[in-house]
Design a protein around this ligand. Structure first.
Ligand SMILES: Cc1ncc(COP(=O)(O)O)c(C=O)c1O
Length: 635
């Protein structure tokens, strides 16, 4: 019989209904499910997907991708605009462009293009490489191709070539120097791209990326530069080329108020430009920034957002409409460059647990050895151990730290033997354990005891690389929902941290989402003979783009899953992860050269008689086989 109350508890503990946005939940058997279409009747049990993938030779770590989630997010965005446009009687439409940098995987962008075609969805690029990839897509005639980022002449040429190929290209001027490059092109080229201008707003965003806007930002033109730029374009006769005003106040906007303030400023600037005679301006590109509620708190915490998508869109449509009415100018088409909100939910990383390093259990082996306690520090530690209680635990713990240090000093000076040191270490460990047990009963936990708790957590060795699969967890302390894919009918038995298989102490996770706050331990189960998989959720935005091959752990395997109307599902596509050879090739260790060097070494050993002549070819053959394999731990 499934333990439903434990399952309810798990739903609360992992906060899945809050961050899951209708795409993730726990079924009544304790398995984590994905609802790719947002409908509960079409559920995919994630543990089953891994089992099926394994049957096809694909082992964790792996990414599970749900293209239907991308479609669903595009639909949610589009519907939010349609609702707002109707409600506020807005005269203008919405054009979405997907920012390439958020997830450059071909499989992902293909899905955006396919699902977005019906909404004239376009692309946003920030470099020449991204632009070339974007040009390869047959976008609809009205879909936009927005070129942001710093540009040289070649970038501008590429954009103009794309325009000549019939694409609706807007080259956004990010800084004053770009104008001159653009003007040269406008003089030479027959067909040129339209011009957009990115404005550097006074208003700032909020959260981790708030410096993407405001007067100190590295992007966009100040009001003075904007005026100079417009004047030059007017003088050169290119007034009709300027079609877009652009802004982006930073990713993951946590506070809606900041967005509204920025938008009021931007809509004012837009209106003034139109009133200056730039009547071809018809797009107001409000950038990205819609926050993903990673922790499910719906607050302005840096991992959440204090608004929902519909509110964001309502505010955009309402504010722009109101300012334009006020200024008596036609309302623009609103362009969004949402990345995170479109991509985050569509994929998760799954890894298996290879080992559990449990904290050493209380053994009382050495604490019993009374005759060793001749040194003062040992006598004191023994006293603290016997007398620590709920009232004095903080003070006694502080004293114990001092005696513990004394213990190490005495040992280093040669006054203690190893057994006496062992006795002192064990006494100290047990004092810490007792102090911790008293501290957790207090209403407010003190930071030092939170830190102490880390000594007693189990370390779950997960077969993946933080740097490859969730690089933001390492680089900016981003929190992602993490949870086991099964056994939620059982009460977790371990308070755990997660460590990865890289040789880097930063490859660990010690902060987790909780329904109330951030917690320093994750509840996990004791591994059994069945595979125990952990899922890292909402990793579809930025993580693959920023992935790094630390220790030469490369791209993981991927499976693409889609669900049919009757709820059955299919692994539609499998993409194998990087092999050792591919990773080495990317660092200029070419296969041929490597094999030649192995051969040379083997021949030398054979010629001086160190190696049996028959082993040489076998070693080379085996090394060649190893080079074709997956660098992660295999089963
Ligand atoms: C210019 C620009 N547009 C769009 C985005 C995407 O933002 P988000 O992923 O928060 O929607 C970014 C990212 O910061 C950006 O720099």
């Amino acid at each position: 019989m499934p333990n439903l109350s434990q399952i309810e508890q798990a739903r609360r503990d992992y906060n899945i209904d809050e961050w899951g946005a209708g795409y993730f939940g726990i079924d009544d058997r304790g398995f984590v499910e994905c609802y790719p279409t947002g409908r509960r009747a079409q559920a995919v049990v994630l543990h089953d997907v891994v089992t099926r993938a394994r049957q096809r030779g694909i082992h964790p770590p792996l990414i599970i991708r749900f293209p239907q989630v991308i479609a669903s997010q595009l639909l949610r965005l589009e519907q939010a605009f349609q609702r707002a446009i109707r409600e506020f009687d807005y005269r203008g439409r919405h054009f979405g462009v997907f920012p390439f940098k958020v997830n450059q995987r071909r499989e992902f962008i293909d899905a955006v293009i396919e699902c977005g075609a019906q909404y004239d969805y376009g692309l946003e690029v920030g470099s020449k490489s991204e632009l070339i990839a974007a040009i390869s897509y047959p976008l609809s005639a009205r879909a936009l191709l927005v070129c942001n980022g710093f540009k040289d002449e070649e970038f501008v040429t590429m954009a103009c070539l794309a325009a000549e190929m019939g694409k609706n290209v807007v080259l956004v001027i990010e800084g004053p120097d770009e104008l001159q490059i653009l003007l040269n092109k406008l003089r030479q080229q027959r067909v040129t791209a339209q011009i957009g201008i990115r404005t550097r707003l006074y208003s700032k965003g909020s959260g981790k990326w708030e410096n993407s806007s405001g007067s100190g930002s590295k992007f966009g033109l100040t009001i003075i530069e904007l005026l100079d730029c417009l004047k030059t374009l007017q003088q050169e006769g290119h007034t009709d080329k300027v079609t877009m005003l652009h802004l982006h106040i930073g990713s993951q906007i946590t506070e809606i108020k900041k967005f509204k303030t920025a938008l009021k400023e931007a809509a004012r600037i837009y209106s003034k430009i139109v009133r200056m005679g730039f009547t071809a301006v018809k797009y107001l590109d409000i950038g990205g920034g819609v926050g993903v509620d990673y922790d499910g708190s719906k607050t302005s915490s840096q991992f959440s957002a204090n608004y929902v998508l519909q509110e964001f869109v309502n505010d955009a449509v309402y504010v722009i409409g109101q300012v334009c009415r006020d200024e008596n100018v036609a309302t623009p088409d609103i362009v969004t460059e949402s990345g995170r909100i479109i991509a985050a939910y569509h994929s998760l990383v799954v890894t298996d647990i290879r080992e559990v390093q449990a904290p050493s259990a209380a053994s009382a082996n050495w604490t019993q050895v009374d005759h060793r306690e001749t040194e003062r520090c040992l006598v004191e530690l023994r006293y603290i151990y016997d007398n620590i209680n709920a009232k004095n635990y903080a003070e006694y713990y502080h004293d114990a730290i001092e005696y513990h240090e004394e213990l190490a000093t005495l040992f280093n000076l040669g006054y203690l033997d190893l057994e006496a040191r062992g006795c002192g270490e064990e006494l100290f460990q047990e004092i810490c354990r007792k102090a911790l047990s008293f501290s957790v009963r207090q209403k407010y936990s003190v930071a030092e005891f939170k830190f102490l708790r880390q000594r007693f957590v189990s370390k779950y060795l997960a077969n993946f690389s933080v740097f490859q699969s969730i690089p933001d967890a390492w680089s900016i302390g981003q929190l992602f929902p993490v949870m086991p894919l099964s056994r939620h009918h059982e009460c977790p038995t371990h308070e755990a941290n997660i460590v990865d298989i890289t040789c880097d102490s930063d490859g660990c996770l010690a902060q987790f989402i909780d329904c109330k706050a951030i917690k320093s331990v994750l509840g996990l189960h004791s591994p059994s003979s069945d595979p125990y998989y952990l899922g890292f959720f909402l990793v579809g935005a930025y993580q693959e783009s920023l992935a790094s091959e630390h220790n030469l752990f490369g791209a993981t395997h991927e499976v693409e899953v889609s669900v049919a109307p009757d709820g059955s599902y299919d692994i539609a596509k499998i993409t194998a992860g990087d092999t050792i050879t591919e990773l080495l090739e990317s660092r200029n260790y070419h296969r041929k050269t490597l094999v030649a060097s192995f051969l040379k070494q083997v021949e030398r050993l054979q010629s001086n008689g160190t190696l049996d002549p028959s082993r040489g070819s076998e070693i080379i053959r085996d090394l060649k086989t190893c080079m074709k394999s997956y660098p992660y731990l295999s089963s």
